[in-house]
Write a protein that binds this ligand. Structure first.
Ligand code: NAD
Length: 297
């Protein structure tokens, strides 16, 4: 068997086309453009690339975005003051703090300062709690993108054995919660898991987000499984690979995401979706101008 490769680029393009329409519809109905503020502290080159991609993606679908760049020695208090001001700015629908922050910052305090109703990354404790009880407001972007890919391929999640390799707050844990919400039977493995293959071999849906090239090889995969490779690793020769032995796993799985071109394009796309959803929620709840009919009554 040779797995069907899931084309994340194509799915992302379709979702972005829909984003464009939703932005246009907000402009037509409410005369307002959704807005995203991206806060970056210091000059981490990887973060610069990510932020540039996010700003570019916003521009492509018509979201207004602003990049707020602070030097690495800015005080945490100054950044928090700005985050709080954005929290009450009626033209800002999404606030994102690009991680990592300098070591002197307390990430929990900074993320906690984001207005939970604008927390488009979904990392605020309120939104994490919402995810746990199945009352999600902003699903974290990478696992949200994975769910979107599964849905797009009509892969049955309810009742499936799902194994998530990696237990980070950003990918593994929210991924497990989203799969559980969709009634999969979920196991979460991590660096201290004793026999990884014992778990992965049971998976109908295997999501790998460990950041270890070649961690998952063909003998660790169930025949016909769906394998979602979230990992992004740069090899010494410059090549970008995921966490799976791509050639080997491809012969065993029925679906597989390539790296690059699988989950990667979905992450920024779901940030656009969250920002637009935030604007739609806010604007649909805002008091409307009374119609002429209401004024006559
Ligand atoms: P992280 O370092 O925060 O967490 C890695 C997790 O993997 C930990 O829970 C760790 O215990 C586990 N792990 C590490 N080695 C393992 C092993 N040998 N066996 C089993 N588990 C092991 O990383 P993260 O932020 O969750 O990211 C994981 C990977 O996903 C990275 O390669 C990252 O670049 C990639 N990533 C991709 C996207 C995307 O858009 N495609 C987004 C976020 C992260």
């Amino acid at each position: 068997m040779s797995a069907k490769l899931i084309d994340g680029k194509a799915v992302a393009a379709a979702v972005r086309a829909d984003c464009k329409k939703r932005v246009q519809s907000l402009q037509d109905r409410y005369g307002r453009t959704p807005g995203l503020a991206v806060i970056m502290v210091g000059d981490n080159p990887a973060s610069e690339v990510y932020v540039r991609n996010k700003i570019g993606a916003c521009r492509d679908v018509g979201i207004r975005s602003e990049k707020l760049l602070y030097p690495a020695d800015v005080s945490q208090a100054e950044v928090i003051e700005r985050i709080e001001a954005l929290g009450s700015d009626p033209n800002t629908d999404g606030i994102l703090v690009q991680l990592p922050l300098p070591k002197s910052f307390d990430i929990k305090t900074v993320l906690g300062a984001i207005n939970a109703a604008k927390d488009v990354d979904g990392f605020h404790l309120y939104n994490v709690g919402g995810l746990v009880i199945g009352d999600t407001v902003f699903p974290p972007c990478t696992p949200y993108g994975v769910m979107c890919l599964l849905e797009n391929e009509n892969i049955e999640v309810a009742g499936a054995n799902a194994v998530v390799v990696g237990a980070s707050n950003i990918v593994g844990k929210p991924m497990a919660l989203m799969l559980m919400q969709r009634e999969a039977t979920v196991s979460v493995c991590h660096a201290r898991t004793r026999d990884l293959a014992e778990f992965t071999k049971l998976a109908d849906i295997l999501v790998v987000a460990a950041g270890q090239p070649n961690l998952i090889t063909a003998p660790m995969v169930k025949e016909g499984a769906t394998v979602i490779d979230v990992g992004i690793n740069r090899l010494p020769n410059g090549k970008l690979v995921g966490d799976c032995d791509f050639a080997g796993v491809r012969e065993k799985a029925s679906y597989l995401t390539p790296v690059p071109g699988g989950v990667g394009p979905m992450t920024v796309t779901m940030l656009l979706v969250n920002t637009i959803s935030s604007a739609e929620r806010t604007l649909s709840q805002a008091p409307q101008e009374p119609t002429a009919e209401a004024l006559r009554a």
